[in-house]
Design a protein around this ligand. Sequence first.
Ligand code: FAD
Ligand code: NAP
Length: 531
Amino acid sequence: MKSEKFDVIIVGAGVSGLYMLYRLRELGISARVIEMASDVGGTWYWNRYPGARCDTNTLEYSYSFDEELQQEWEWPERYPSQPEILAYLKHVADRFDLRPDISFNTRVDAATFDEASSHWRVSTDDGAELAARFLIMATGCLSEPNLPPIGGMDSFRGPIYHTARFPHEGVDFRGKRVGVIGTGSSGVQAIPVIAEQAAQLTVFQRSPQWSIPAQNRPADPELVAEIKADYAGFRARNRLQPGAQMSHMLPNDISAKAVAEEERQRIFEERWQEGGFAFYGSFNDITVDLESNAMAAEFVRAKIRQIVKDPAVAEALIPEYTIHCKRPVMDSGYFETYNRSNVLLVDINAAPIEAITPAGLRTREADYDFDIIVLATGFDAMTGALLKIDIRGRGGLTLREKWADGPVNYLGLQVPGFPNLFTITGPGSPSVLTNMMVAIEQHVEWVADCISYLEEHGQASIEATEEAQEAWVAHVNEVADQTLWTACHNWYQGDNIPGKPRVFMPLPGFPPYVEKCDAVVANGYEGFVLS
Ligand code: FAD
Ligand code: NAP
């Protein structure tokens, strides 16, 4: 592989990298994918913790680019489990014969733009150097694990597993004393399953969660047939939703304040029973109006008090921040788990963790003995995987320097000073605020069309302008400021990583974003310089 040259190098073989490769191949453009894992799948390769599952409906969390694929693939449940999604992505890789163009077990460590040849030089951990005109970062928004800065990790006598680096062979929790740190989506999914197996489970909670029951169930054959009868129409309607998904139940277009109390409770209850994201569509202003938001929060608060038998535990599980301010969490029996006699909740705000010890973990108030510790502590989201790579653009400017105060770019796709480098679902695009399958397909198609356009028009490079970047960053901030997402501690703003600049990274609203991307192309790649 030494000093090989390609038209395009793609980093990452998850949902994004696989489709990017497929799309470029269709256009007759040669591409090489570099993937540090031993197989395809990205998120679904790495996150093998018990209970790992998507919370987007299966019929929506799948590729739409191939009619036969979407007609033939059968999902057994309403929400796909990690093994099912991984099997699906492996099938896609095989079906379209993608593997020959992927280098597995290879990590990209550095990428430098060579101005003289207008090529990206990419170095990998096996000492190889590759060159390509275009470099596409399909490195994932949630792929760089967050290892909490807790002292003593190396001293622990048992194993410590991060949910995003779980052993492939699984972990046998039977008869074990287990400590779980973190109660985000991963923790909330893993905790009920671990509790069923372990002798004793202790959960260390920094922030309680507004979790909604997923209400997972076997796939409904009638619904599947109905959607598959007009899959294209279903996908098109999805793309018109702010989050590019419908959850099989469209949001109600009415304010929570516009209906009487009894009717409001009826609607909340109906949506709670439907489960998942449908709950947040109970009314059209839960995510933007504090009063309506408080009504939804009060409904969930009452549910938690109803489910959790010990009133003190119930109170400790109820968040104080606005509902939907963190990334929404969906569960299968999460709050019920705290009724089990083998489960203990520890509020680490009241008793902060001091250290991992050889025997387990010490908080300010007590010592706990464990056989296994699970870190469900999330990710250095959106920028973590990108900044881990030493990326150098024009004049040797590093991406780390350029983003020292937080990520800046144009359309979430390109950074001025870094010609021919694209980020799939980069910060500044809807990405993690959407059904990511849809966001990924839209980005991949935009980038592939752009490269194809450059080829057809004899252009060697494309680079976003500083002016376009400035206007775009201002736009993202303006849209974010109209939401309630900036009102709490969340990873959308990097709050989970000590020292990370506090910038709201994704852009709310998928349909207007797509319109903007299309308009940029229609106006001759407005905001970019082609040369
Ligand atoms: P990834 O799947 O993260 O793939 C990136 C790939 O790049 C990885 O394989 C990684 O190994 C590789 N890579 C990174 N850096 C390097 C490097 N330097 N060198 C070589 N390779 C590198 N989204 C939804 O829309 N709905 C959901 O319900 C949902 N559930 C999720 C559940 C979990 C547990 C997690 C973690 C995420 C979930 N997501 C969900 C988001 C999910 O990440 C996306 O849906 C999607 O899988 C992202 O695909 P990707 O290819 O862009 O990135
Ligand atoms: P997360 O949401 O960031 O949750 C991490 C948890 O660990 C939080 O409770 C956090 O507390 C806690 N934590 C972090 N650092 C800590 C420290 N130093 N000490 C103690 N506690 C600490 O991460 P995640 O659960 O892995 O989920 C990340 C994202 O992946 C989700 O938001 C979602 O987008 C995706 N995901 C989706 C699903 C799904 O159901 N489809 C499942 C898993 C993941 P704070 O909240 O106080 O920071």
